[in-house]
Design a protein around this ligand. Sequence first.
Ligand code: ZN
Ligand code: ZN
Length: 389
Amino acid sequence: MSSPIAKLSFWGVRGSTPTVDPATWRYGGNTPCLELAAPDGTKFILDCGTGLRVLGNRWGADGLASSATTHIFVTHYHWDHIQGLPFFAPLYDQKNQFQFYSFRSKFLGPDSLRQVFEAQMALPYFPVDFSAMTAQRKFREVDGGETFQIGENKVTTRWLNHPQGCLGFRIETPAGTVVYATDNEPGVPALDMNLRELAAGADIFINDAQYSPAQLANERKGWGHSSWSEGVRVARETGVKTLVLFHHDPDSTDRIVDQLLRQAREEYDSVFAASEGMVITLGAASEPVQAHMPGSRTALRREAQFHACVTGVTAEGQKFEEDTLVRDLSIQGALISLKHSPRMQSEVQVVMRASGTDGVQEMILRGYVVRIEEGAEKGTTAVGVVFTD
Ligand SMILES: [Zn+2]
Ligand SMILES: [Zn+2]
């Protein structure tokens, strides 16, 4: 008998504002948007940040499109959670049906989310008329403390501590339980309790981890966000299986997120840092969580056979060193030492050669010169190349 499978995809993981800084590309710069495909075929979208545009572009691939209604949950109305809506292509196709869930904001009144749509697309903020959005849209107001059923899945909502309010969602599917708790700050007992009720025994607990514990205790106190150590604390107290650090600060480079993740992993067994393109598969309850990155989004891939010596750390924490062959290499760029000085932003071709099992391997790459500096050796230039083709 096959066990039910749920698939959780991360389309946007950045908090507050999108980033295009190359130092943030690995975790990704799009603002919050998650997709959960439940075993019964129900499709959930969690938040409508700029990641929603990317999800929309994949609509139709991987069986994403269907005649069934897609259920879209919006946690709150801050820009980073709604900004993808006007750019979500499936909303402009009358074949598609969406059921939206969000709360009634005291600042907006009844039909809060519908008003958000209209306001975002009002002149002069957006060039396309609202009437062009021909997909069927239904809106349901939800409050904290509700529990309801969608297909075979149970949804629970709770208020979280965040300026102007934010809802956390717990979705129990036959394959496992996913808890989405972005944008929340510890420190209000009743709301801290809400977070724990949501998280209790979850397979996947996605929690706000925007700040370091030191920032949260000092200069970022009261800003409505949390840290990896708070996530670990809640995960421990409530028996969460896997913690996912989410809503990365726009000023957190990949190296900073790496460091936050490393610290969290010293304290808790199963932790991931949410990363654009990451997919988590939830299977039978007894199996460990599977997470994988389906290839780099931007890097080039080349089949190759290069000898390599790989050193690292095993899942059990043991250091290892191993000689192997590299195949299917993905490459973003290189720093090359040249006697010539190529023109900035001109195209270069780089052919790399290395001996593999079948003789000399050749890899041909075209790239763009993005940086020129004085080389380490006299008379040489250090040339930064981003590969494009
Ligand atoms: Zn946010
Ligand atoms: Zn917010």
